[in-house]
Design a protein around this ligand. Structure first.
Ligand SMILES: [Cu+2]
Length: 634
């Protein structure tokens, strides 16, 4: 059978086939259902954007985006992910500033990296910490982050640069790991509200007394899909100047002891007030919101007037749904929240819902109003919405006066959806305690943890030999007066205890319950033993000034991917620049040596271009051979 009418068609066919292979190398896929890897191609480049109508700012844009966020990555457990990051951050003048060791600030800023915040068990070499788990990605170079989403991963995560203070200017985005358990929990909440309504919801209480209900699927979940909308809300502080300029001018200078003040806040990348999220339809009954505090410094507050927020996931941990009015989020934290849209939210047949956002700025808050509005763009509806917003704007919002406002970590109120218990050891040998003390050394303009800066820990980490299959207990003491948001890489932790004052390891060992902090610690341990709850598992936490927190990390049955050097650091970019962080090196002398990332070397663009050229020549040769075979033998 003749498939091609003439030889030129044969050539064209094979040439197109070869082109397909060339194109696939660089293609970016956001979602698919087959087993092939998810490939993302991120080019980070400086870009001038306008905000507040005509103000200019240079941001770091991923793939030419007009705001400081890259695309949302949506994956499932067991998916393979490949992300290529290409660094085109600095122009020649900026590169010259950092060249030959002239300015370390600019040298660091012109390099690139990508960290996957909260994704654990994906491997140390893809943790994205320059000069610790990988070589920095230099200007003009590309680097592949290849990993598999672990089986038990579920919920909301994010990616961000770990180089200098870059992610404040861009290089950040959301990662959603979809999974059956999340959907089951969500649908069970909706089912509960369908039966009992919202009038019975009690603030500061758990929705279900019995956790078994979380796994029940006695109804048809899909019937609510049409009336449920899901939306992501990315919150951040906002500086009119670039973070690198602030770092150079105001932070890493002799008199730079105070934090720079941010001017405003961002809701989904927008600086202006009264942001509209056009997502509602006339029949929308439920709103699922994934919230992320992706800021560089400020704690975020989220509130919907006259509505209950039903919180059912945080930091990739599913929760027995917790009912509240106002949610507070430390930098780095994520939350999934469900709210119900009622008939009284409707205006001219379409729902409009108002939201309040506060971003903590020194003693006060930058406050914003935002709106969930109809997706319809008919001019009459748009006009109605505009009028409604003008008539219902909020003035003089006092964030601290919002109902059930609380900026403490709710470490006992939240409850893991899954049954569990406190991670503990059968004997003292396998419970390893580490005490850390951090403070601001104003005379030196540095922060230190146990008298060492973050830079010093890069050279000499805290070694944890895990040949005993340890439960690690980190006692983190703030000697500073400020609140700091801490994040642990590579592992999540249980929040075992928190309180005022200082907690010493020796005082625990000696059972000094006459000291308040020790008394609090043992009271909390007793609470976990006697209550039906287990400590909340998460990866980011706000720690108040002059207080302590006890975090347990489960180092039993480690895989090779968990060995290596991992950061524990404050997520305020200005503070980590001044030294507020430490490095743990998890080793296991009885198994493999840690991976220092040296086998994941950056690939230069030239190398990649050469590969594509070779592939092109190969494909053309194949075409020619086929063409020759065709005219000679067929
Ligand atoms: Cu801090």
């Amino acid at each position: 059978m003749l498939l091609f009418k003439d030889t030129s068609m044969v050539f064209t066919f094979f040439f197109l086939v070869s082109l397909f292979f060339i194109v696939k190398v660089d293609a970016t896929y956001e979602s698919h259902s087959d087993k092939s890897p998810y490939i993302f191609d991120f080019t980070i480049k400086r870009k001038k954007v306008l905000y507040n109508n005509d103000n200019e700012k240079i941001i770091l844009s991923i793939n030419n985006s007009n705001d400081t966020y890259g695309p949302t990555i949506k994956v499932k457990p067991n998916d393979e992910v490949r992300i290529r990051v290409t660094n085109l951050i600095c122009n020649e003048q900026e590169l010259a500033k950092g060249a030959n060791g002239k300015s370390k600030i600019w040298q660091d800023y012109c390099q690139a990296s990508l960290h996957f915040h909260g994704l654990i068990n994906i491997g140390n070499k893809v943790d994205g910490v320059p000069n610790l788990t990988q070589k920095p990605i230099e200007n003009g170079e590309s680097y592949w982050y290849n990993f598999t989403i672990p089986e038990d991963t579920c919920g909301t995560f994010w990616y961000h640069s770990h180089s200098s203070v870059q992610y404040g200017d861009g290089v950040r985005g959301l990662i959603i790991v979809n999974c059956v358990e999340y959907d089951t929990l969500k649908n069970n909440i909706i089912n509960h509200l369908e039966i009992f309504g919202t009038s019975t919801l009690q603030s500061k209480s758990l929705l279900f007394a019995d956790k078994n209900v979380l796994s029940s699927t006695t109804f048809i979940p899909k019937k609510f899909d049409d009336v449920t909308k899901e939306h992501n809300i990315l919150l951040s502080d906002w500086y009119h100047e670039r973070t690198i300029d602030i770092l150079e001018k105001d932070v890493l200078v002799d008199d730079g002891t105070n934090d720079p003040r941010f001017e405003s806040s961002l809701i989904n990348g927008v600086v202006e007030n009264n942001v509209q999220m056009k997502i509602l339809e006339s029949n929308t009954k439920y709103l699922i919101l994934r919230l992320l505090n992706s800021g560089t410094s400020g704690t975020q507050v989220f509130h919907i007037p006259n509505k209950k927020l039903i919180i059912f996931e945080t930091d990739g941990t599913l929760l027995n749904p917790y009912v509240t009015d106002t949610l507070t989020m430390a930098v780095g934290q994520r939350y999934s929240v469900l709210i119900k849209i009622e008939d009284e939210d409707k205006n001219e047949g379409f729902p409009i819902v108002k939201g309040i956002n506060g971003c903590n700025k020194m003693m006060g808050y930058v406050t914003k109003t935002f709106w969930f509005t109809p997706i319809e763009n008919e001019s009459t509806i748009t006009q109605n919405v505009e009028t409604y917003i003008q008539e219902n704007q909020s003035n003089n919002i006092r964030i601290s006066k919002l109902p059930n406002f609380n900026n403490d970590e709710l470490y006992k109120e939240y409850d893991n959806a899954k049954d569990g218990e406190i991670w503990k050891s059968n004997n003292d040998h396998s419970l390893k305690r580490i005490e850390l003390f951090y403070d601001n050394y104003k005379a030196e303009n540095t922060y230190k943890v146990n008298d060492k800066t973050f830079e010093e820990y890069l050279e000499s980490p805290i070694i944890i030999d895990n040949s005993n299959n340890t439960i690690l207990e980190i006692i983190l003491n703030s000697k500073d007066h400020m609140r700091h948001p801490w994040h642990l890489h590579g592992f999540n932790f249980q929040i075992v205890s928190m309180g005022k004052g200082t907690l010493y390891k020796s005082a625990i060992v000696n059972h000094r319950t006459d000291i308040d902090s020790v008394k609090q610690y043992f009271q909390d341990l007793k609470y976990w033993e006697t209550s039906r709850k287990s400590p909340l598992i998460r990866d980011s936490i706000n720690i108040k000034g002059h207080s302590f927190v006890v975090l347990r990390v489960n180092l039993t049955n480690l895989t090779k991917k968990q060995l290596g050097k991992w950061l524990l650091h404050c997520h305020v970019e200005w503070h980590v620049s001044k030294g507020l962080g430490a490095v743990f090196q998890i080793t296991n002398t009885s198994t493999a040596t840690p991976n220092n990332g040296s086998n994941n070397k950056p690939i230069s663009i030239d190398t990649m271009t050469t590969k594509i050229k070779v592939l092109t020549i190969y494909c053309i040769l194949i075409c020619l051979i086929n063409y020759y075979i065709y005219i000679k033998f067929i």
